[in-house]
Ligand binder design. Structure first.
Ligand code: ADP
Ligand code: MG
Length: 251
């Protein structure tokens, strides 16, 4: 792999005496889709939280573009190029789709703003429109968020994460609660976004993961037990034993 975008060296996270993540060493190349799978409690969300700066690792090193992220406050992550969408909705229901994205753009810009007020408002509107267009919601900007369909709300969450134009986008269960049609729409969206950025996602829908991912990581009891292409993961005996064999979505 040429210089990876993100590299983890022996990363671990404890909560008191409980080890939620241990000895994770891996790296992510630019413009690839990697899925993180594993049984409930395996440490997937903990791993995402560490990679997006929500919590610090208690051991090991995470480097982004070669830079050690230790001590970096969470609000700096978006400026470095790391954004995430949340499994639990992050949307203001009474605002329009456009307003939701503009609020996020404003929060992102506020610390470094040197523009005049008028130029800033124009810039924020443009940034919001670009993010909405990227997720296929250009025509829905005026709709009140609470009236959007579930799949549109999930796309809006991604638009909010895109205002920072991240090189690395983390998606925690982007198709949760979606039926087959909305799931297909989300897969197409992720494939489009992956042309220009690196995507990490936590997902449970195995068919979708196998079709979409360049690579799959498998966590079990906080440890990385497999790391390979979809074909390698499907053929891995231990992965089948701890995860695939008991996953209803696997076919
Ligand atoms: P997954 O997302 O794979 O289901 P998590 O990363 O959420 O798993 O959790 C991994 C383990 O760490 C679980 O046993 C969970 O109870 C524990 N854990 C996660 N966050 C905390 C926390 N803030 N405090 C204590 N234990 C936690
Ligand atoms: Mg989780």
């Amino acid at each position: 792999m040429s210089a990876p975008l993100l590299a983890c060296d022996n990363v671990g996270r404890r909560f008191g005496g409980f080890v939620a993540l241990e000895g994770v060493t891996t790296a992510f190349a630019a413009n690839k889709v990697t899925a993180v799978i594993g049984p409930n409690g395996a440490g997937k969300s903990t791993f995402f939280n560490v990679l997006s700066g929500v919590i610090a690792p208690t051991s090991g090193t995470v480097r982004f573009r070669g830079r050690d992220l230790a001590g970096t406050p969470q609000h700096r992550f978006a400026h470095l190029g790391i954004s995430r969408s949340y499994q639990i909705t992050n949307i203001f229901p009474e605002l329009t789709a456009h307003e939701n994205v503009r609020v996020a753009a404003q929060a992102f810009r506020s610390r470094y703003d040197i523009l005049t007020r008028r130029a800033r408002l124009t810039e924020l509107d443009e940034r919001a429109a670009t993010a909405l267009e990227a997720v296929g919601l250009a025509a829905r900007g005026g709709a009140t968020a609470k009236f959007l369909a579930h799949g549109e709300q999930r796309a809006l969450e991604i638009a909010i994460a895109l205002v920072a134009d991240p090189a690395l986008l983390l998606l925690d269960e982007p198709t949760a609660g979606m039926g087959p049609e909305e799931t297909r729409g989300m897969v197409a969206l992720i494939e489009r976004l992956a042309r220009e950025r690196t995507i990490l996602l936590v997902e449970h829908k195995m068919k979708m993961i196998l079709g979409l991912s360049d690579r799959i990581l498998v966590l079990h009891h906080g440890r990385l037990i497999a790391d390979g292409t979809p074909a390698e993961i499907q053929a891995d005996a231990e992965v089948r034993r701890v995860y695939l064999g008991q996953n209803d979505g696997y076919a």
